[in-house]
Ligand binder design. Structure first.
Ligand code: SGN
Ligand code: CA
Length: 515
């Protein structure tokens, strides 16, 4: 019976299908090599991306990438601040290897080293970087770039162009970054594949939303996180930081209460029309509310928390709309099928957990970052990747997609095997090292290991000491159990594993600080 069905022309057809199925080139091998659009935002917390958490915000366009591709549920950074994360994106290396450890400006990014852009140059790819760069030296190895000076401005910003001019543009930052990105895509050589990095300024402090998004979340009363009133028992570095909503977050500069619009910061950049709308909201509504309520104590701290979230999430909304514009452009140009889109942030951020904003610590909210990736034909829509990865994997992933063999000096590895086998069994220990101290937020330098269940951290600032957390028993990391007898075997095991990572990644500075 079976034999009969498979005889004659039908047999030939089935044979052809099997043969075609086997030899059909994957997008990565096809002559039409895939493009990459890598969107890297600034300080955008995964807690505020609705693909991860529906309690705070709505981010339909980031969610669209996740739904049509993959969401990484255990993705981390290796040094949770801006410049170092970008240097790691470029090089696939830890800060101690690429030389860019802090944002301080004392060290420029060494642009003579290999980056994914220089490695792609010989491979017929066109490369571009648009938007936030924050590495103090100018980009090298990209065919096109147009970057913000330092942190850049939200309204009517300057851009540094390839001619090394600083040019003033009118408009809102996320719109302009999209406009310049799409402009380059329109003008590119359409016969060659491309890699474009879109470096968003949002959602960096001090969170200025686009005019159309002012007050977008004003009707929402956000739940106060369970750790909001953390007293930092057992954690000296957490006690000594300077990044609380209570004490560090500024009512005027951050929450825009009683700003002097003629004198203060970026407000001088506003056009009269923009200023009218902005003042109408922050002066006539928010500052008025602040004075009328005349709050003190806990009520004041919680008002600050609510205002912080409202400004932050409205700024994220302005950016998410722009991510939508990029996705629409790819659709309209017929590029979607052959373009990998990644959205991620340079690090995580505190949305009131432990009473904080900002990042830096090796604790979960700052070490983790959200990451979604769409790769039609390769990633099954709705994939959820549970395996752990870090930002040293970004560059080797871009190289893998574009068919370039990574040089041995790259310390990360491609994430493509993870998206193909998202529940794979590969476990790896992650290594972290943060340096910037004391400015601007007095977070003591530290390094450590994160395994799937535990975290061991060595602080080496003013106080030299260890922390150990059981993330299953204590997911919010309130209870440093270093020194508790029942954990001694696990702690010794993690110290060994930490030493191995330090050797593997050749972090000599950390090796000397272990005892
Ligand atoms: C500025 C901010 C800090 C922030 C750093 C680094 N202060 O100094 O709050 O931690 O940038 O951010 S501000 O008052 O100037 O906004 S990073 O994202 O570039 O690493
Ligand atoms: Ca950042």
């Amino acid at each position: 019976m079976f034999k009969k069905i498979l005889s004659g022309p039908l047999f030939l057809g089935v044979f052809f299908l099997i043969w075609a199925g086997i030899s059909l080139p994957s997008p990565a091998q096809s002559s039409k090599r895939p493009n990459v659009v890598f969107i890297l935002s600034d300080d955008h917390a995964y807690q505020t991306m609705s693909t991860y958490n529906q309690q705070l915000a709505v981010t339909p366009n980031i969610d669209r990438i996740a739904n049509e591709g993959a969401r990484f549920d255990n993705f981390f950074v290796t040094n949770s601040i801006c410049g170092p994360s970008r240097a790691t994106l470029l090089t696939g290396k830890y800060s101690h290897k690429n030389g860019f450890k802090t944002n301080s400006g004392k060290v420029l990014f060494d642009s003579t080293q290999d980056t994914f852009a220089t490695l792609l140059a010989g491979n017929n790819y066109q490369t571009a970087w648009v938007g936030k760069w924050h590495l103090h030296s100018l980009p090298k190895g990209f065919d096109f770039w147009k970057i913000l000076p330092d942190q850049g401005s939200y309204y009517n910003p300057d851009f540094i162009t390839q001619q090394n001019d600083t040019v003033h543009y009118e408009g809102y930052i996320s719109d302009l970054i999209t406009e310049f990105s799409l402009d380059w895509l329109n003008k590119r050589d359409k016969d060659k594949p491309f890699v474009l990095v879109v470096g968003e300024k949002a959602t960096h402090r001090s969170w200025l939303p686009d005019l159309q998004d002012l007050g977008a979340y004003d009707d929402v009363n956000f739940p106060v996180p369970a750790t909001f009133y953390d007293a930092y028992d057992t954690r000296i570095a957490a006690l000594n930081q300077d990044m609380t909503i209570d004490k560090t977050l500024r009512i005027k500069e951050d929450l825009k209460v009683d700003v002097d619009y003629t004198k203060d910061w970026d407000y001088k950049r506003f056009t009269p029309e923009q200023l009218k709308i902005f003042k109408g909201y922050y002066q006539d509504k928010i500052s008025k509310e602040f004075h009328e309520k005349n709050l003190t104590g806990k009520a004041l701290i919680e008002w600050k928390y609510q205002r912080y979230l409202k400004d932050y999430l409205a700024t994220a909304r302005s950016m998410d709309r722009n991510i939508g514009k990029i996705l629409d452009y790819l659709d309209k140009q017929g590029l979607t099928e052959n373009t990998v889109v990644v959205y991620t942030s340079d690090q995580g951020f505190y949305m009131g957990e432990h009473g904080w904003f900002d990042k830096r610590f090796m604790y979960e909210e700052s070490m983790r970052t959200g990451m979604v990736m769409r790769y039609p034909g390769v990633i099954k829509p709705g994939t959820v990747v549970k395996q752990m990865g870090t930002n040293i994997d970004w560059a080797p992933t871009i190289l893998d997609i574009t068919g370039v063999t990574p040089p041995a000096a790259i310390q990360g590895e491609s994430l493509l095997p993870f998206v193909k086998a998202p529940a794979g069994t590969k476990t790896r220990d992650l290594y972290y090292h943060y340096y910037e101290y004391p400015e601007p937020h007095r977070v003591a330098p530290h390094f450590g290991i994160r395994s799937e269940r535990y975290k061991l951290i060595r602080f080496y600032g003013p106080e030299k000491y260890w922390e150990f957390f059981d993330l299953e028993a204590d997911p919010t990391e309130l209870n440093n159990v270093y020194g508790q007898k029942k954990y001694q075997r696990l702690i010794a095991d993690h110290k060994d594993r930490l030493k191995k990572l330090i050797n593997q990644y050749e972090d000599e500075e950390a090796a000397a600080l272990l005892e």
